[in-house]
Design a protein around this ligand. Structure first.
Ligand code: NDP
Length: 309
C-alpha cells in the first residue's frame, strides 16, 4: 500500500526549508520536493547581507545549502523532483512529479516561490549577477557611486529606485509609457528624489557588455521619437513584476488577480483544510528570505496542529 506522509513540502527556498526544519522537529518526517530551481531565488543572488545571523554576509547558494543541511538533520527526506500535477480532494492529497512518482500526504505545504519577470533579452540572462539584478534590496549595496537603471513603472520600480539612491550616484527609471503605474505616494517619492531621473517612453533593446563580463551600458529605444541610442550604466535592475509559481494550483485554490495563493488572515491556511501556503507564492508584499522563512515556520506549526486536532 502507498505510504501516506504526514507532511509533504513543495519547494526548496527559505520557506520550504524552514517548514521542513519545524515539521522535522515535530516528528512529522517531512518529504520535500526540491522543485525546478533547488534553493529558489536565492541561488541566483550573490551576497546576502540582510539575513540575521550572518554578520559578515553569506552567499545565497551557500545559505540555502545550510538551510538544507539543517532540515536533513531533522529527518527531512529530500527528493529532487518537481510536482507537476496535484489532486487536492483530500486529505489525503496527491502530488505527481516530473518522474511520474506519486506522493500522498495528510498535509501539504506549498512553498513554490515566485519568479521575477525578465525582459527576455539574451545578454540580460548572460549578465545576471554581473550587473543585472531583479532585487535592489539584495544587490543594491554593490552599486556604490555608480549610475544604474531600473526598468518598470510600478510600486516595485519606485521602491527599488528610491532604495538604490542610497548607493548609486544616479538612478534612471526606464518607463515604457508616459506615465507610472505606481500608487500616487510612491510616484511622488520618486519625483521628489533628486537622484532619480525618469526616462519616459523608453524600452530596453539590449544590455552591454558580455565581452567585458559586466554591465557597461544599454541599447535603449525612445518609442515616441522612434530613436535608438546607447546609454552608459553600471547596473540594470528589473522591476517589471513577479510571477508566483502557482499554475499547478489554479484549479484547486483561491488565487488573487496576480496569481498569489490566498491564505486566511494571519495564517498560512488555504481554503482547503490541510493545505498551507507560505513564502513568495503567497506573499507579494515583503518577498524577503527572512519573511519567507517566517511563514514557512507558520505553515509547519499549523500543519502539526491540523494533524493533532
Ligand atoms: P506592477 O505590475 O504593478 O508594475 C509593473 C511595471 O513594469 C509597470 O510599470 C509595467 O508597465 C512595467 N512592465 C511590465 N512589463 C514590462 C516590460 N516588458 N518592459 C518594460 N516595462 C514593463 O508590478 P510591481 O512589482 O511594481 O507591483 C506588484 C504588486 O505589488 C502591486 O500590487 C504593487 O502595488 C505591490 N507593491 C507594493 C509596494 C508597496 O506598497 N510598498 C512595493 C512593491 C510592490 P505598464 O505600466 O506599462 O504596464
Amino acid at each position: 500500500m502507498q505510504e501516506v506522509h504526514d507532511a509533504l513540502i513543495l519547494g526548496s527556498g527559505p520557506a520550504g526549508w524552514t517548514a521542513a526544519i519545524y515539521a522535522g522537529r515535530a516528528n512529522l518526517a517531512p518529504v520535500l520536493l526540491e522543485g525546478m530551481q533547488p534553493g529558489g531565488q536565492l541561488t541566483i543572488t550573490t551576497d546576502v547581507e540582510n539575513y540575521p545571523g550572518f554578520p559578515d554576509g553569506v552567499q545565497g547558494p551557500e545559505m540555502m545549502e545550510l538551510f538544507k543541511k539543517q532540515a536533513t538533520r531533522f529527518d527531512t527526506r529530500v527528493v529532487s523532483e518537481t510536482g507537476t500535477e496535484v489532486d487536492l480532494n483530500g486529505p489525503p492529497f496527491k502530488v505527481r512529479t516530473n518522474l511520474d512518482n506519486e506522493f500522498v500526504c495528510k498535509t501539504l505545504i506549498i512553498s513554490t516561490g515566485a519568479s521575477a519577470n525578465y525582459l527576455g533579452l539574451e545578454n540580460e540572462t548572460k549578465l545576471q549577477g554581473r550587473g543585472v539584478s531583479a532585487c535592489a534590496t539584495c544587490d543594491g549595496f554593490f552599486f556604490q557611486e555608480k549610475d544604474v537603471c531600473v526598468v518598470g513603472g510600478g510600486d516595485s520600480a519606485c521602491e527599488e529606485a528610491t532604495f538604490l539612491t542610497r548607493y548609486a550616484t544616479k538612478v534612471h527609471m526606464l518607463v515604457r509609457r508616459d506615465q507610472l503605474r505606481a500608487s500616487k505616494i510612491m510616484q511622488q517619492r520618486a519625483f521628489d528624489n533628486p537622484k532619480i531621473d525618469i526616462q519616459w517612453n523608453t524600452d530596453v533593446r539590449d544590455v552591454y557588455d558580455v565581452s567585458e563580463g559586466k554591465v557597461t551600458g544599454l541599447r535603449l529605444y525612445d518609442n515616441k521619437t522612434d530613436r535608438e541610442f546607447d546609454q552608459a550604466t553600471g547596473g540594470l535592475f528589473l522591476a517589471i513584476g513577479h510571477t508566483p509559481n502557482t499554475a499547478l494550483f489554479r484549479d484547486w485554490l483561491d488565487l488573487d488577480d496576480s496569481g498569489y495563493i490566498i491564505t486566511k488572515p494571519d495564517s498560512s491556511a488555504t481554503q482547503i483544510p490541510g493545505v498551507f501556503a507560505c513564502g513568495d507564492c503567497q506573499d507579494h508584499v515583503y518577498r524577503q528570505a527572512v519573511t519567507a522563512a517566517g511563514t514557512g515556520c507558520m505553515a509547519a506549526l499549523e500543519a502539526e496542529r491540523f494533524l493533532t486536532t
